[in-house]
Structures are given as C-alpha cells and as structure tokens.
Design a protein around this ligand. Structure first.
Ligand code: ZN
Length: 258
C-alpha cells in the first residue's frame, strides 16, 4: 500500500496540480489529506473540488478550514491570514462551505498503527516544530493504550520527522541526502518498533526556504517515508492571489518558500 500524503494546500491550485501529476507518475494507491485546503491562496473552490475528488482514505480539517467554514472566528488570525480567510469565506459556494464544515477534526485513524492529524494528535492547532513539541505528541495517549506508531502531521509547513528515542527522549530524524530511491526522492526508513511523527511539508505554501511544493508518500510494504518536492507554476499562483485582492506578501512569499 502506498499512501499519497497532502497537507496545507491552502488554495494553491497550481501547486496541487503539479503534485498530483508528479504523484501519479510515482504511483500511489490511496490519499491522506492533513487539512488546510484553503486560506492564503487564490483558488479555494477549485482546490476543494480537486481534493475531494481524490476520495481520500482519510482526511482531517485544518485550522483555516475550520475558520473558513465559520466554525470559529477569524479574529485570532494575524492580519494577512485573516484577510485571506475572510475573502475565502465570502468567495466559496455554499456547497464548498458545507464540505469544509463536514471535515472531521483529527486525529483520525487510517489503519492499524497509522493516524493523521493537522497540528498535533492532542490539539489540531498546536505546532510541532522541535523535539519538545514532538515529545508531547509521541507520549500522548491518543487512544486507550498505546500512543500512535506513526502519526502524520502538518500545520507548520516545514518538513520534519521525530521518533521516540531508543532509550528515552526524542530523536530528530532527517532524510539522508544520499538516500535517493529509484524515484529520486529522499526517504526515511520507518522503524515500526518506535512511535514516529512525520511532516512532509506543505503543498501550497512551503516555509522551509525551498519554494517547491512538498508532499509525501508512505510506502507501507517497503517501510519508506518518501519526501518529495515539485516545481510548479508559482507565477500563476501569485497572479491568482493578487487578482483576489489579497495582501501582496502572500504572493511574494511563494517565491521564497518562506
Ligand atoms: Zn497551514
């Protein structure tokens, strides 16, 4: 089984289409969506349509989806995020708003030992940036009994991976730059004996300094967590943001991946 993992698409149709074309070339059996379909980008309606057409095996909402759907106020967002989400809420069709409102809050189980969430398993709004955040998530008892063996998360827009240490603490995992598989992507081997947290980065608004769209493939049979990056038509995505009258910075940051 190979899962395509999409997170933080943020209304960026050009990035989503480039990722799907790349992923279809690589091959996958089912899709997991980790939330934030909308916000920031200029094509929220089309992104919702294309994403829901994938008939994901599992999907969770993100904080931007929740606010766009009117389930919580936009007042907590910083100015540019609020401008974008207020515009998104005004521009979406009733059908699309209903679809966003119906997205489940994470965490959601995919299959035994694999779950997805938006921010963290204990709080969809919590950011997992460092080992301290990861420790809380890795030791959090989501269900009665065991913490998740593999939990996929998003929200930070920065690729990252952490595993429970062999004796104690948290180990930060980095894909080996020489670990290119036949798909020419970096990957980590998944040690199934240890609770592991993985963020493959953001499709529609990368923030790790690499402007290419980010996504992942979880190859269960081969035990590989594959981190992929894809060039896309940034110029058109920027034009769509500006055409919507959204803050210029939301367009400019796509050039820098920051
Ligand atoms: Zn996001």
């Amino acid at each position: 089984m190979r899962y395509l993992v999409l997170s933080d698409i943020h209304g960026n149709l050009q990035a989503l289409e480039a990722v799907l074309a790349d992923a279809r070339g690589v091959g996958f059996d089912a899709t997991l969506v980790l939330g934030d379909l909308v916000g920031y980008g200029g094509d929220p309606e089309a992104v919702i349509d294309v994403t829901l057409d994938l008939r994901a095996a599992a999907i969770v909402r993100g904080n931007h989806d929740r606010v766009a759907a009117g389930l919580s106020p936009s007042a907590d967002f910083h100015d540019q995020a609020r401008a974008a989400i207020d515009w998104t809420r005004q521009t979406l069709s009733a059908t699309a708003l209903d679809a966003l409102a119906a997205l489940p809050e994470g965490p959601v189980d995919v299959t035994a030992g694999l779950m997805i969430c938006h921010g963290a398993p204990f709080d969809e709004d919590h950011y997992i940036f460092d080992a301290r955040d990861a420790w809380r998530a890795l030791t959090f008892d989501v269900r009665d009994g065991e913490p998740p063996m593999l939990c996929l998360f998003g929200h930070t827009h920065v690729p990252a991976a952490f595993a429970a240490g062999r004796r104690h603490g948290v180990e930060v995992l980095l894909p080996d730059p020489d670990s290119d598989d036949e798909d020419r992507a970096q990957y980590l081997r998944w040690d199934r004996t240890r609770a592991t947290l993985v963020n493959f980065g953001a499709v529609g608004q990368p923030r790790d300094g690499d402007p290419r769209a980010a996504y992942g493939i979880v190859d269960l049979a081969r035990g590989r967590l594959i981190f992929r990056r894809v060039e896309y038509d940034i110029k058109t995505a920027q034009d769509r943001i500006l055409a919507a009258g959204l803050p210029e910075r939301l367009a400019l940051r796509l050039d820098r991946g920051a």
